[in-house]
Write a new protein. Structure first.
Length: 146
């Protein structure tokens, strides 16, 4: 028979991090980070291609990436706006920066480069909209020409 002190650690709890506090030198336990929603605007551009090819590629990307909110396009550039669930801004930005390249072959996207990226948290996005700043909410959802 094992005593309570000999029991293995529980596996159903999230790990916590020990974070040093510089003010008094004592270590405190930090709560684990949870995923948040981030609004992402990704801009790409490059050599002109037929509009139909751009539209088909963006429609396939919307199918492959379930959080795609809307995209606008021309024959030499496009803008993709969507929500990303991530632990922090760095994770959301890293996913966004990989999105075009990782889906380029499967969605038959143009060989364009990323020329712009904006990532803001949900509260900031809604605050901007309420104050009349930033791009209007994507409406209607889908793939549309500029």
């Amino acid at each position: 028979m094992a005593s309570v002190g000999d029991a293995p650690p529980r596996q159903d709890t999230a790990p916590t991090a020990t974070v040093p506090q510089p003010a008094d030198g004592e270590e405190r336990t930090a709560e684990p980070e949870t995923a948040r929603l981030w609004h992402v605007t990704l801009s790409v551009s490059g050599t002109a291609v037929p509009l139909g090819e751009v539209r088909r590629g963006l429609e396939q990307l919307a199918h492959d990436h379930p959080f795609l909110m809307t995209s606008r396009y021309a024959n030499d550039h496009a803008e993709i706006r969507y929500w990303e669930e991530a632990r922090d801004l760095r994770d959301a930005a890293a996913v966004a920066l990989r999105l075009w390249g990782e889906h380029r072959a499967s969605a038959r996207l143009p060989a364009w480069e990323i020329v712009g990226l904006e990532v803001v948290d949900r509260d900031t996005y809604h605050q901007r909209i309420a104050e009349g700043y930033g791009p209007p909410p994507a409406s209607p959802v889908g793939v549309h020409p500029f």
